[in-house]
Design a protein around this ligand. Structure first.
Ligand code: ADP
Ligand code: MG
Length: 246
């Protein structure tokens, strides 16, 4: 594991929603090429935490560094970081009035300033990679949930990010569509992408994660290799959580 090559550093991160202390001093370092799975009960702060990595959430105390760029409230740094960090959400968040191809080429054309031709060629390659080349000219509503989520992954990849964040990417899917999305994510992990994945898919975590983390009440409770985490959890809180999901 490339221990010596940190690409995400979060140090003593604190965040409040008004009076509510949601992140209570979280520390996490993710190395290049590492796949980290984040688990924990609903409301423990998982989404809030990973959303700080691309400045979708502000924080009040602590430090975040993404690929050597300090994520403070400097807008220029935020722009740089958003180009490097792709995100996939539970609810896909595709633009409903744009075709699949247009969804994928929008940011490369407007943010990367690529030509339409280059953007479309890249998009078609990505659609092939996620297995839905035939759907390029359809609208999101004409696709299954699994296909929409694969479009969302392709759209994020179109910006050539160095890091991909996934926030419960299969939680809104019918069971028969979970696998096709996890397969795409597994292939992406094998290609060397740095990934932080919030999921309760234990099979995926066991097979793909380098590290599994349990978050509870705004703090990291335990982090370990998948084997250690699932077979020999150290903390009571982890044992309790696992007894609910296994
Ligand atoms: P998780 O993803 O682990 O379910 P979240 O990060 O979504 O947890 O939420 C953590 C806590 O912060 C929850 O108690 C939630 O109600 C609260 N919270 C999340 N977003 C907001 C918000 N925009 N305003 C106020 N409270 C919020
Ligand atoms: Mg969440």
């Amino acid at each position: 594991m490339p221990e010596q090559n940190p690409i995400i550093i979060a140090q003593n991160l604190h965040k409040y929603y008004g009076q509510f202390h949601v992140l209570k001093g979280v520390n996490l370092t993710v190395n290049k090429g590492e796949v980290v799975v984040l688990m924990g009960p609903s409301g423990s702060g998982k989404s809030t935490f990973i959303r700080t990595f691309n400045a979708l959430e502000e924080y009040q105390k602590g430090r975040i560094e993404i690929d050597g760029v300090n994520l403070n409230n400097n807008n220029r740094n935020i722009d740089i970081i958003r180009r490097e960090v792709g995100m996939v959400f539970q609810q896909f968040n595709l633009f409903p009035h744009l075709t699949v191809l247009e969804n994928i080429t929008l940011a490369p054309i407007w943010v990367r300033k690529w030509s339409k031709k280059k953007s479309e060629e890249t998009a078609m390659q990505l659609l092939e990679r996620v297995g839905i080349l035939q759907q390029a000219n359809k609208y999101p509503a004409q696709l299954s949930g699994g296909q929409q989520q694969r479009v969302a992954i392709a759209r994020a990849l179109a910006m050539q990010p160095k890091i991909m964040l996934f926030d419960e990417p299969t939680s809104a899917l019918d069971p028969e569509m979970v696998r096709e999305v996890l397969d795409v994510m597994r292939t992406l992990a094998q290609s060397g992408m740095t990934m932080v994945v919030v999921t309760h898919e234990v099979g995926f975590a066991r097979e793909v994660a380098d590290r599994v983390i349990l978050m509870d009440s705004g703090l990291i409770v335990e982090e370990a290799t998948p084997n250690e985490f699932f077979q020999r959890p150290q903390e009571e809180r982890t044992k309790q959580f696992l007894s609910q999901i296994l």
